[in-house]
Design a protein around this ligand. Sequence first.
Ligand code: RRO
Length: 314
Amino acid sequence: MTLSAQIRDHHFDHILLNAAGVMCQTTEELDQIIETSNTGAVVTKSATTAPRPGNPKPRYHEMQDNLGTINSMGLPNEGFDYYLDYVLDKQNTTSKSIFFSIAGLTKQENIDMLHRLQDSNFNGLVELNLSCPNVPGKPQTAYDFEATQAILEEAFAFFTGDLGVKLPPYFDIVHFNQIAEVLNQFPLAFVNTINSIGNGLVIDPETDTVVIKPKGGFGGLGGTIVKATALANVRALRQRLNSSIKVIGTGGVTSGRDVYDLILCGADLIEIGSQLAIEGTPVFDRVTDELTAILKAKGYDNLNQVRGQLQIIE
Ligand code: RRO
């Protein structure tokens, strides 16, 4: 069974990888993702120029009955240089692709980091995270179409590497049209959809209290409860984006069937976030086994037979 994929010159032996933010803050965690057999790539924790401790704890919570997760990590990361050192070293010894995720707190900070990547020997992919919901006072850039257009104009004026964007979920057909119209103007290698559903609220019924401390309990939702939103965003963007822009499907993957559904909607690669946090790296083996069983049962031997083949009711 072939579970491979391609973005530009980057070949992926396997479609699965971690979602940015989960098991990817330290070199030890990043190594673990790379060394897991059923992953095709790794993505680094979104970096800012300087290291950040992130928001006060508790800042992550798993809902009962595997409904999903809520987080307000607040962009804790080891700083741009830490990840640049890691990827420059690692790209010489691993055959897996590396996504370098950046999430500057201002447009200028993102542009500065992109300049540094452009001037470096990094030969992987760069993911510009325009959708972090958890930094107090900072809106999610990709909900502002003009700001998104402006940062991409500035970035592509000099950046020649393989660049993609991490998007927040959209909930309106007009918004799907508007973001696609912006993105189609640029030579993006990929879009990654979705980041967590921003600013949900979870309550502990025993104590009548929120479950995370930052922002009065508001945080990004992930896991099972976001699957339908992830499917819709992958589908809607695949239908609207230029075929040269690949789509990474992220959100609500807990099983092989979830991966299969995202591929039906047109996803090229699949990232696992919440369930990786819950289950650890064995999730990649289990989900791969489940996906392979589904493909076999349906008589498929590669993912191109499935990708984008979602049926609608006429
Ligand atoms: O660190 C976070 O709070 C965080 C980020 Br940068 C993000 O992009 N998405 C998310 O759910 N949490």
